[in-house]
Design a protein around this ligand. Structure first.
Ligand code: CA
Ligand code: ZN
Length: 302
């Protein structure tokens, strides 16, 4: 297994980055990540006023995957996500979905214990570790890590944890994969503009697909697949996620458009990933049990 420490980070996905590690498809990698504050929030006296904003949203990498060529699809199989036992959250006036009523900057430090995040004396939540930022080199100009788009990036999707496969478009040789911004728990929407932000360690391997025609970014878990779309408004992101799933069901699964629409209407789930970043991210989930009755197995994609 190859290891990549959190010492090599970047702040914008770009085709021009120097690879931090080169791997073969199928090779297992253990990668450490910083929290989104790059470890600057260690006590409740560390606030966004003292924060060095140049060091926000670091991603570890990039990882160069041998054989990945523009036009291919990169499958990232996430085997395990481990997070630290301390994390932070902040409020920032003017930021997030409640920025209009939040008037005070605050940092809170939380402990994790026995699979639970301790919010306060009364509330403990089950941890559900996830990766907020995962992406590859974009087409064209560099994209700051805080912005999600067609290359992945800051999608803040709660499905992206252990057992999830993330399908991303390859736009540059080697794909240049990076990850960061783990949350030990987060709710859909990411209301105050952060989850429970933690450093962590992800174990993953990759596959390079030459013929897959998936509408990327695309996710697969044990139970479902999901299209993920980011756009300047929630309306556009919603429309994109829905139409990408329809395209997948009509194109790859072979359903007629009416049939796809009807089955999406009764078996699909439209959900917000986050509504607080520079681009909003929406996903459309669809059960794999239905796909298998149509004879489609994503495991067979080449
Ligand atoms: Ca994030
Ligand atoms: Zn985060």
């Amino acid at each position: 297994m190859k290891k990549l420490t959190r010492d090599t980070v970047f702040y914008a996905f770009s085709a021009d980055l120097e690879p931090a590690l080169e791997i073969e498809p199928g090779e297992k990698v253990q990668m450490e990540t910083h929290d989104c504050f790059c470890g600057q929030m260690q006590t409740e006296a560390d606030t966004v006023e003292t924060l060095d904003w140049e060091r926000v949203n670091p991603a570890t990498g990039p990882v160069y995957i041998r054989g990945a060529q523009p036009g291919d699809t990169l499958a990232v199989d996430i085997e395990d996500v481990q997070v630290a036992d301390q994390g932070a959250m902040v409020t920032v006036p003017g930021e997030g979905a409640l920025g209009d009523i939040i008037t005070e900057t605050e940092t809170r430090i939380f402990r994790m214990e026995k699979g639970q995040a301790i919010f306060n004396d009364k509330v403990r939540l089950p941890m559900k570790p996830m990766i907020g930022v995962i992406g590859v080199a974009p087409k064209g100009e560099p994209v700051p890590n805080g912005t999600p788009d067609a290359h992945g990036g800051n999608m803040d999707c709660t499905l992206i944890g252990a057992g999830c496969t993330v399908y991303l478009p390859v736009n540059a040789e080697g794909a240049l994969l990076g990850m960061g911004d783990m949350h030990s728990v987060m709710g859909d929407g990411e209301i105050v503009v952060c989850g429970l932000e933690v450093p962590g360690e992800v174990t993953f391997s990759t596959r390079v697909l030459k013929e897959a025609k998936l509408p990327t970014p695309f996710l697969e878990t044990a139970e479902m697949v999901a299209t993920v779309h980011s756009a300047p408004t929630i309306d556009e992101a919603t429309d994109g996620a829905i139409h990408r799933m329809a395209r997948f069901l009509t194109g790859m699964v072979g359903m007629g458009v009416n049939e796809a629409g009807m089955i999406m209407s009764i078996a699909g789930e439209l959900k917000f990933c986050q509504v607080v970043d520079p681009m909003k991210t929406v996903r459309f989930e669809f059960p794999k049990s239905v796909l298998s009755t149509y004879g489609l197995s994503l495991g067979d994609l080449k």
